[in-house]
Ligand binder design. Sequence first.
Ligand code: NAD
Length: 258
Amino acid sequence: MGILEKMRLDGKKGFVTGGARGIGKCVATALAEAGCDIAIVDMDIAEAEKSALAIREATGRDVFAICCDVTNPEDVNAMVDAVLARFSRIDVAFCNAGICVNAPAEEMTFDQWKKVLDVNLTGVFLTAQAAGKVMLRQGKGSIINTASMSGHIVNVPQPQCAYNASKAGVIQLTKSMAVEWATRGVRVNCISPGYIGTELITARADLVPLIEQWNSIAPMHRLGKPEELQSIVVYLAGDTSSFTTGSDFVIDGAFTSF
Ligand code: NAD
């Protein structure tokens, strides 16, 4: 069997949080194209249903939507139960839902801080923990978390201390779980994208004017595309990455390289 065949995900089952749009939807499409049945998990159930239908029709895989707020442990446990009820196992968990709030550190409210940490860090913890329990019982599974280059550098000029702190937390959480579960068949990795042209940025009137400024210092002078994150997640989800755990993949067009 050639390497591309070995990288396929036929027969695997998984879920993607924040799967309704943006990076989550794009990566869920790639996982389904590679043969994985997928639950599209999002708090925006209307958009999640639309995305699930589109991916199902495009790939012929079993793709369905689940409404879940990743900050709520009961929601997360119910989501994992729903995935198990449909698929009987969980091979792949892409813990990707995230938000960004911009405010100077001295003005950031407790509510703003807490919301960002709840979604980006606690949400990833709850989701990875719930999926991890299932995978540990199975003796096998791959968890991929979405961190950010903001877990490595402080982006400018927009002030986003909560976001940066939350993403640094995701990287260390990923490594911690990877070490704890390394001998038990469950791998945990994360991706750290640079600026990617999704609605996280393009739907924000305060951020759109900054794109030119970011691009002027970016070595490739452009934003990344969600499609440019697909293959790394497919790789991490599959069995050819069996020695890859506790790793953080920075995909940023060299933004953090200088
Ligand atoms: P996006 O805003 O386009 O999509 C995020 C999705 O997450 C939405 O569908 C939203 O409904 C969902 N979501 C938000 N809060 C949720 C919650 N509590 N429970 C369940 N779902 C929730 O954003 P995106 O650009 O696709 O970002 C995806 C991930 O990638 C995030 O973790 C983000 O921080 C990270 N990231 C994005 C960029 C970028 O430049 N776009 C760069 C680095 C990292």
